[in-house]
Design a protein around this ligand. Sequence first.
Ligand code: AMP
Length: 286
Amino acid sequence: MSYEVAVVHTVEEMRAFVRARRAAGERIGLAPTMGALHDGHLSLVAEARRHAERVIATIFVNPTQFGPNEDFSRYPRTLAADCEKLASVAADLVFAPAVEEMYREGFCTTVTLEGPAKADLEDRFRPTHFAGVATVVAKLLNQAQADVAVFGEKDYQQLLVVRQMARDLDIGTRILAAPTLRDPDGLAMSSRNIYLSKEDRARAPALYRALSEAAARIAEGEVIGHVMGETREAIVGAGFDIDYVEARHAETLARVARRLDGPIRLLAAARLGATRLIDNVAVPNT
Ligand code: AMP
């Protein structure tokens, strides 16, 4: 049976949808994305569905989270294909605002962050990124007033930043995490994987492989500093230029030296040619 998903472009239309569904006693789940959807995004919709009768997917390539030398203008925009995919997982509404709808003339407010946003990880390489993310997510959460909103562990630091922001600003929406979906060879699905050359695509799974091996070794009790040094060597050996490859506390992102300092998360960002990949894994039993 073919099914079409309704698409709205204004905050007021989305709010009207939410009001009507709420009046019918239904809960609302939100899955915020930048589009160019893959199965990882669709898994967020599925997770939202477990907690809500109605799921809204948002598609907005948010200019304020891109740095001046990043790929905002060439970020893939595939709204028609995205809507087909969202229809296939029975999303109830797509909110796809224009930049002018989200940032009206005179817009001048930004969320200021500390804590997990200042962990010397993504923030070191993308210093304005999380302020842009937190501001647009705060807007989306206020606009939708959803019961739950789902974010991927793929962007682990972002997940912690959003959780902290929602807690600090008393946003009523519950923030849920969804695990990272991967291609069969282990590469984390990402809208940016399409930028990889054939050769780089073949090298790319080495990042996850190296992190997974490191996590297993740390879980077995090997010295973290030693394991992470060898992990960096393996990632460089596979052809990557490393931004960071780090073992951190899974909740605070503080540096960890011993397994008992955990729970531990291993986080990495590394470049293959012009494409920057990020990934992270949990260290089991920490
Ligand atoms: P993006 O469109 O890249 O901004 O991502 C939108 C949401 O999808 C974020 O919460 C991401 O963490 C999540 N996401 C991206 N890739 C994956 C993946 N491979 N598995 C699960 N969630 C993902």
